[in-house]
Design a protein around this ligand. Structure first.
Ligand code: FAD
Length: 470
């Protein structure tokens, strides 16, 4: 009988919890004793659901994508699959601001590619010249060299400046809160690059994909739509994970890890605030790279420098509740994205209670307004009161929201959105190469291979598997 591996997980967000859960699943064949350290007073990290006067609020992520299987898969394994709810099909469309007015994103438009011609031709988002330029994409040859390229450069090259400025920038900005001129296409949307390489044209590729997808959807019954969440909010997933792992994992909250030292005999000495130093055979770090860099700096300067090369953007979300009677716009969509060329002070508004049921009491509506990000960092620095005021003014101008809100909650996320800039894949490769000098020290989280909840879960689970294998 060998002694169980002593494994430390640093960070109690979704990644750390998914890693802990996976280690428990692997227990029978790979026995381990697991400790999890979380700096804050609660588990969940960026994930946080709150209840206020009949409203269910999401202060961080509000849903997850279903075409990446790891979040739905985890819910199934935790036995909470029956809590997953689809988006409300009645409102399944998005709006984009054009000359101060919300306009519908043409049906079938997937981030940058129109799968249908008619909705684009009739859309008021683009001028006739813009539509003509977009149509030319069908005939443009694919680029020969496969160097990484920014999203901005790619969209301009294929579809023209209008499509970039008026639609792709705000749509993609909503996901990555990034500047498209810096965002790596290869790291964020490689599927579009493949479409260009394989079909010569994205329009051609997406039209043929649309046919296959509708046949497949028909066959599989497309259970949840593209996005899903849990009936009581994303916190339900955190709660289910916490309930499961707390039985066998030693969980330390209010315990920021302040020191990490590789030992000559193998393993690591880990120091956390308020805890006696402990040795572990394996350590999984689920922190943003700048925090990992701080921890490894004393023994791996070059690795630390490479980790610091990944940049992060900061964003603020204002979640607010309103009487429907106080909103002029019908809010007949999931939300509104705002192009930078419109020169407004907010990035997007999500119509949360139109996306999912039971997010607001009858006759009321819940909105989530995004401020700051990489495109408007100056608005992250302002006070909570100024942010609320700014959001009130923008909601009034853009959606006709008046009256006193039922509530307003300001949630701040400093340096929380990893920016996958051009060269990101090479940066991550180098981080992994340098980290290979320290077998037993694993990295996971949204900074490397994907920014959403499914990718974070996947990276946590992969790090757990690697820990028991290595
Ligand atoms: C505003 C916002 C909205 C988002 N919306 C969505 C969405 O709708 N859908 C989606 O799929 N994704 C969304 N995301 C992304 C998603 O939230 C992240 O991918 C995911 O939550 C990352 O989880 P994590 O565990 O890796 O990191 P985190 O949640 O940041 O967890 C890291 C944890 O480590 C802790 N920690 C830090 N330093 C230390 C230390 N020294 N010692 C111990 N613990 C430490 C922190 O307190 C934190 O709890 C959103 C992100 C943001 C910021």
């Amino acid at each position: 009988m060998t002694a169980p591996l002593r494994i430390a997980i640093v960070g109690g967000g979704i990644t750390g919890l998914a890693a802990a859960h996976r280690l428990l699943e692997l227990q029978p064949t790979s026995p381990s004793s697991v400790s999890l350290y979380e700096a804050g007073p609660r588990l969940g990290g960026l994930v946080g659901t709150q209840q206020i006067d009949g409203y269910t609020l999401e202060l961080g992520p509000d849903s997850f994508i279903t075409n990446k299987p790891w979040a739905v898969g985890l819910c199934k394994r935790l036995g909470i699959e029956d809590r997953l709810i689809p988006t409300d099909a009645r409102y399944r469309r998005s709006l984009v601001l054009r000359r101060g007015q919300p306009v519908e994103v043409p049906e079938g438009f997937q981030l940058m590619t129109p799968a249908q011609v008619w909705p684009v031709l009739t859309s008021s988002i683009f001028s006739w010249w813009g539509k003509l330029r977009m149509g030319c994409e069908y005939f443009l040859p694919a680029k020969r060299d496969v160097q990484d390229e920014s999203l901005g450069s790619f969209v301009r090259r294929r579809f023209g400046q209008q499509v970039l400025d008026r639609l792709v920038q705000p749509l993609v900005g909503g996901i990555y809160t990034s500047d498209p001129e810096k965002l790596s296409l290869r790291a964020t949307l490689p599927r579009f690059l493949e479409m260009e390489q394989q079909h010569g044209s994205l329009i051609r590729a997406s039209r043929s994909a649309a046919k296959t997808a509708s046949a497949n959807e028909h066959a599989s019954g497309a259970r949840y739509g593209l996005f899903t969440t849990l009936a009581g909010g994303t916190q339900e997933l955190i709660q289910a994970l916490a309930d499961r792992v707390s039985r066998e994992v030693q969980i330390h909250v209010n315990a920021p890890v302040t020191g990490l030292q590789p030992l000559e005999s193998g393993g690591f000495l880990l120091t956390a605030q308020g805890q006696p130093p402990q040795t572990f055979d394996r350590v999984i770090l689920t922190l943003p790279t700048y925090r990992v860099a701080d921890l490894v700096q004393p023994f791996a300067t070059e690795w630390s420098r490479a980790l610091r090369e990944i940049e992060y953007a900061s964003t603020t979300i204002v979640v607010s509740g309103h009487r429907l009677a106080d909103v002029k716009h019908p809010l007949d969509a999931f939300g509104l994205v705002i192009p930078a060329v419109e020169h407004r002070r907010i990035l997007a508004v999500s119509f949360t209670s139109r996306k999912f049921p039971n997010r607001a009491p009858e006759g009321h509506v819940q909105l989530r307004t995004f401020v700051g990000g990489a495109m408007q960092p100056e608005y992250f620095g302002i006070s909570d009161e100024e942010t609320k005021q700014l959001v009130r003014e923008e909601l009034r101008d853009l959606l006709g929201v008046t009256g006193t809100p039922d509530f307003e909650v300001v949630a701040r996320y400093p340096r929380s959105m990893p920016q996958y800039h051009v060269g990101h894949l090479e940066r991550v490769k180098r981080i992994r190469e340098l980290g290979a000098q320290f077998p037993g020290l694993g990295l996971a989280g949204s900074s490397y291979d994907g920014v959403g909840l499914p990718d974070s879960i996947h990276s946590g689970e992969a790090a757990a598997e690697q820990a028991v294998r290595s």
